[in-house]
Design a protein around this ligand. Structure first.
Ligand SMILES: [Fe+2]
Length: 485
């Protein structure tokens, strides 16, 4: 049995809150050790708010609402899943152990207060004014790339700090654009920076890579969670379905058996209304690839259907913010053999499927896209029908360091037919993004570093965005004078 890291929230042995809240609890509970747990609220289809609790208790707790107490339902029992095919060789994999319960209960509309184990839960705002956007938050431990991030060093893996700073900003809503779990393989003995880290796809890795560092932000606001490629079935998909996806956990859609991955790797998009005639559209693109998807590939069938569903959902509201993990309209950069920077376009797989239906790639009712996957921050605005694209994959995992150009070469585009009108970026800087509503279809966007210092500001009006600074210069984490005031 691996040693479990300390839980983010523990009642320890104090039982005062436990006795006060649990209607089934008598003073006998004073003799019982209180559970360790993580409690949070996610929003899913039609904006339904769901309380989730992951607990090491023997049964699910009571959810205390102002209308009364509700027993939480068991979503996933404690179990260890037999080893399945993963991205890693069997020698570098292990069965995913989940020695915890996942419990859930819907929080009805109009609820004034909700609590579990004595901890108040955040409730959805009627009209969301303040959004935090983060992405790609885990600590990279990946043998195939010999990539071992220093998970134990907050300068090199700053997600805890980012979550705390973002919580201080007091958002109404948190959007995570995907890629939560990066600790896929064992930390080698010669790598002191990640020594002792849990690894694999079980609860201990989820706790260390997400629930523990994200704790402050999970307590602050409800979350909308997009699914990244790190949560595909051959990676951390089991935990994705058990802990984070807002829809029901269904046998066969749980990533437990590779033979069912054609189901588990895809899910329908959904819309979360956030007031002000605006909704957030969440798409699952975890199964895409960065190459053209042939017409007879299952992904072509799945993503054609996805486009049509997105299009139908978008027509429900005049203002739509799309959230998916893979940017359709963002750049990545790499260096070729001659040391030259080469700009790479948006996700070719999604582009190939969506463009067969719509040359503009996305339905016209979407004004803003929020994505991650590329480990930088970017904003792109277009002179044609495309929405603004933000990339916010800069909140914890090892950064991409190949510099993006301050000024794009003539005709550089992330997608065929898309004409870039404005481009802003920040490479090699960890942080988070905020969006503050300033009018119908208008948002004031700010970019912050790990110290909570503002690094850039962008102004969104409908589909169009302009940022104050074309490129935030590389900062030295320890030299705050290097940060832009
Ligand atoms: Fe990714």
């Amino acid at each position: 049995m691996p040693v479990m890291p300390r839980w983010p929230i523990s009642l320890g042995t104090s039982t005062i809150a436990g006795c006060a809240l649990a209607i089934v609890c008598t003073c006998a509970c004073a003799q019982t050790a209180a559970p360790s747990y993580s409690a949070f609220v996610i929003q899913g289809e039609r904006g339904i708010a769901m309380a989730r609790v992951i607990t090491d208790a023997a049964s699910c707790p009571i959810l205390n609402l102002d209308q009364g107490n509700v027993p939480m339902q068991l979503r996933a029992a404690a179990e260890t899943i037999p080893l399945r095919a993963t991205r890693s060789a069997p020698a570098d994999s292990k069965p995913a152990a989940f020695p915890v319960l996942t419990c859930e209960a819907v929080i009805p509309d109009g609820t004034l207060s909700a609590a579990v184990y004595g901890q108040a839960l955040p409730l959805p705002a009627k009209t969301v004014q303040r959004i935090v956007v983060i992405g790609d938050t885990g600590c990279r431990l990946k043998k195939s790339e010999a990539a071992y991030q220093a998970c134990n060093d907050q300068r090199q893996y700053p997600f805890t700090r980012i979550a705390a700073q973002a919580a201080e900003w007091k958002p109404d809503l948190v959007i995570h654009v995907g890629d939560y779990l990066y600790r896929e393989n064992r930390c080698p003995v010669d790598q002191t920076g990640c020594a002792g880290s849990p690894w694999g796809y079980g609860w201990d890795a989820w706790l260390a890579d997400f629930f523990q560092p994200a704790a402050a932000l999970l307590r602050t606001a409800p979350w909308i969670m997009a699914r990244g490629n790190h949560e595909s079935c051959s990676r951390a998909g089991q935990g994705w379905w058990r802990f984070l996806d807002p829809r029901p956990l269904i046998a066969g859609r749980d990533c437990n058996r590779a033979g069912n991955d054609d189901v588990g790797d895809y899910s329908d998009p959904y819309a979360v209304p956030i007031g002000g005639a605006t909704q957030v559209l969440v798409f699952d693109t975890s199964g895409t690839v960065n190459k053209i998807i042939p017409k007879d590939d299952i992904r072509a069938i799945k993503y054609s259907r996805l486009y049509r569903q997105i299009s139908a959902l978008a027509q429900q509201s005049p203002y739509n913010i799309g959230v998916d993990h893979h940017p359709l309209l963002g750049f990545a950069a790499e260096q070729n053999g001659r040391g030259e920077t080469v700009l790479l376009p948006g996700n070719r797989g999604l582009q190939s499927v969506f463009s067969r239906i719509d040359p503009a790639l996305l339905p016209p009712d979407i004004q803003i896209m929020l994505s991650g996957h590329v480990h930088v921050w970017e904003a792109l605005s277009f002179s044609g029908p495309q929405p603004t694209q933000f990339v916010a994959g800069f909140s914890g995992t090892e950064e991409d360091t190949v510099p993006l150009p301050v000024t794009l070469p003539a005709n550089a585009t992330p997608a065929v037919g898309a004409v870039v009108a404005h481009f802003s970026s920040w490479v090699n800087g960890f942080g988070y993004m905020t969006m503050e509503r300033s009018g119908p279809g208008r948002w004031e966007v700010k970019i912050w570093n790990t110290d909570g210092k503002q690094m850039n500001a962008c102004h969104v009006n409908g589909k169009h965005t302009v940022c104050d600074i074309a490129q935030v210069q590389r900062e030295n984490w320890t030299d705050k004078s290097a940060a832009i005031k």
